[in-house]
Write a protein that binds this ligand. Sequence first.
Ligand code: SF4
Length: 378
Amino acid sequence: MTAAPLIQGWCPGALRPMASGDGLVVRVRPHAGRLSPAQAAGIAAAARLHGNGLIDLSARGNVQLRGVRPDTHAPLIADLSALGLIDRDLAGETRRNITVSPFAQADALALALEDALAAAPDLPGKFGFALDVAASRWLDAAPGDVRIERGASGGLILRADGLPTGRPVTLAEAPALAVDMAHWFVAAGGVIQGRGRMAALVARGVRPPESLTGAEPPAPALPRPGPGLFAEGALVALAFGQMQAATLEALAATCHDLRLTPWRMLLLEGAVALPTIAGLITDPQDPALRVIACTGAPACPQALAATRSLALQLAPLVPQDGTLHVSGCAKGCAHPAPAPLTLTATATGFAVIRNGRASAPGPVIAPADLPTLLTGTP
Ligand code: SF4
């Protein structure tokens, strides 16, 4: 049996940080999913000064500073405000939940949507918008309740998550229609006890009005990319999406804008060579890319075991095309979706779950037996 996790139902922000075992977690939402070199250097300095120097990349393309203390939170917000990274109020910060394709030049669209969101209703903390508008679609597996995407015909479509098709839209009309979709979601009963997601509402058979639906399918989706060189720049990864402030400082010193991604990677926009910076993963075959693990013990108070050290120990045993998810409890923060193999910490060992989520039941085995489980040899 796995322990029942505490479900918060909201994500940390900058103005509403979340307590963790290593202090406050402060999540920054860069505008249009982009950090200038000056912003990146400023975040690194702030992480050292006001936190414990650890910086996470989130699955929504945000940046988290860890180990912030209650007495350093206010000066941290002042520093981040000076970098143009803080919203005027908590309501604005909560609504501004936008994931942008790192391969798209979508700053104008993202900023127009931010403006339009001032007229949005109160939305559940995890409700968000995906802008998947590059020539190819990259965000198919990324969260996004209201999606503005590349359509099969090459234009843009507006699509409610969970529906197979969307309504063709122009760049100019898309932001207001996305907000209309959010209003419809609330009016249609999508929010229950403060929570709710578009796909769940659609799965209940509820459909948006004709003005917000259409028959155009999205363009084919591309799989999650690995680190390497792309026409748009150099994509680099970090073990578990976490880095030291020094790594971000070194990235800032390359003078490239950093594009945040939902894959816990960074795109150095315009770079024509992979950087050689300690702490970065640039080899797509690196075993660390085959494992996913949450913060785990001791930094997360809900964790029943350490996760990342175990995941790194097991990583070389995971097949090259495989994925192992190690979760410190049944909540499965690092990977809410099913994985080929998940190990969920319990009070007595790790539950072994195949093709399921971290909360699924599975036989519990001792940590010492895990390498044998992966190699299949005693
Ligand atoms: S999944 Fe990991 S990070 Fe999330 S609550 Fe459980 S132990 Fe903590």
